[in-house]
Design a protein around this ligand. Structure first.
Ligand SMILES: [Zn+2]
Length: 293
């Protein structure tokens, strides 16, 4: 059975009734109230006014949600983080849904270049006007989960990012747990969306500044190469990170040279790959000085 909260989000319904196993609400296409009928068992729906119909992919809605609820139970979120992303707000992710089932949030991510498969693979969630990107972090002592949320609305008062309470981002590297030791390469970006666009071997450090803890975690992975792909306006930090990686590891280190003020997501996958191929080897200081700055 599909949870009501999933259906509410899918149809953007503010009001609904359940009638004989049907979720009945205003049609999101023609806006006619009480004309859209969706089976809560199969996910098949139709509007009896305009004929809009389809089927919600129920494949892993419920298991995914249940798993997620277990993961977050007892955890409260709070946005008290360093840097400029500050927001004091408690929220619980109970009732969050896969972002793939929320039309506006889903379309926002598609617009940024993230596919439906990636939304499911990375378990990207939607909850109360925000998009959450779960992460995982493992240490000898405890296992926890981290979210970053990205307000996708144009609301000027909405803060861009929220992080779980007591989990300052400086201790986490997004997606690093999915990269095996001795990998061919790791691409280091600033933000989650950039990291997803840059691919499965990409991570993000949530800011321009790479903390010692993050640096140590990156070093532990010992890939053959590191590609430092911080944003255009973070050249100083990118240089510093590349220098540290070069000093502390035997890996090859490259600086990704964004020529204008465009980041990974602005470029898109294909163009980013081209830029990546033209990265500057850090050991060639003359080239770095000539081309990078
Ligand atoms: Zn309709």
């Amino acid at each position: 059975m599909i949870p009501n909260s999933e259906l509410e989000a899918y149809f953007d319904a503010t009001k609904y009734v359940i009638r004989n196993g049907q979720f009945v609400c205003t049609c999101p296409q023609c806006k006619k109230p009480d004309h859209l009928y969706c089976s809560i068992h199969t996910g098949a729906f139709i509007c009896f006014k305009c004929g809009y119909k389809g089927k919600i992919d129920t494949g892993n809605v419920t298991p995914a949600m249940e798993g997620f609820k277990d993961m977050v139970s007892g955890l409260e979120l709070d946005g008290d983080v360093e840097t400029s992303f500050k927001e004091q707000k408690n929220l619980s992710l109970r009732g969050s849904i896969s972002v793939a089932y929320h039309p506006r949030a889903r379309n926002y991510l598609i617009g940024r270049g993230i596919s439906l498969e990636e939304m499911k693979e990375r378990n990207i969630r939607y909850f109360k006007n925000r998009i959450y990107f779960p992460n995982k972090w493992d240490s000898q002592k405890f296992l926890t989960d981290l979210w970053v949320s990205r307000g996708y609305t144009q609301d000027k008062n909405a803060k861009r990012y929220l992080f779980p309470k007591n989990h300052p981002t400086k201790y986490f590297v997004y997606n690093l747990h999915n990269i095996e030791k001795d990998a061919d390469y790791i691409i280091i970006t600033e933000g989650v969306i950039n990291s997803i666009i840059a691919g499965k071997k990409s991570v993000c450090i949530y800011s321009k500044f790479c903390s010692k803890s993050q640096l140590y975690q990156l070093i532990e992975k010992a890939p053959r190469s590191y590609y430092v792909a911080l944003d255009f306006d973070a050249k100083k930090y990118a240089y510093r990170l590349a220098k540290n990686l070069h000093k502390e590891t035997s890996s090859d280190v490259f600086l990704v040279n964004f020529r204008d003020d465009r980041d990974v997501a602005d470029l898109g996958r294909d163009q980013f790959t081209e830029v990546l191929l033209q990265s500057i080897p850090f050991e060639n200081r003359l080239r770095v000085n000539l081309e990078f700055f």
